[in-house]
Design a protein around this ligand. Sequence first.
Ligand code: OFO
Length: 161
Amino acid sequence: MLKPKVEKILNEQIEKEGFSSVLYLSMASWAESKGMPGVAQWLYAQAEEEKMHMLKFIDYINERGGRAIIPGFEKPQSEWKDLNVLFDEVLEHERYISDSINKILETSIKESDFATQNWIQWFVAEQVEEESSAQAVIDKLNLVGKNNLYVFDRDIMSLRS
Ligand code: OFO
């Protein structure tokens, strides 16, 4: 059985993962409309991953005898100045998500919830991946993107692990 504090923070994460998904969908749609299908594909795939993350939280809360509540999501931003601004925002968002995952671990330690401490480790490792993947895109963008957006757009999917 989940302790109330753990159930509450896990439920809050459903909203964060779901918002990540709609944010990346919005970014994908923007990139698609600007003629960057590769970037759009990268972001659509990211949005799908975030949806899976959200489902994992829903499933875990209910499995542990809690109650997963499906929240509404804030309307995401729909315009970006350029790709650099967009991907800086992806990285910043992932850092924010990493902080919230760490807070879940911290809460489950304080509440002596060993199962959640164990379960959340998958997300701890996933966030290392996600931050590194966003950083790899930014590095590539700085290297080739500014002068050759065509090549950047063509090759971006090769940066997904
Ligand atoms: Fe982008 O990360 Fe979910 O957790």
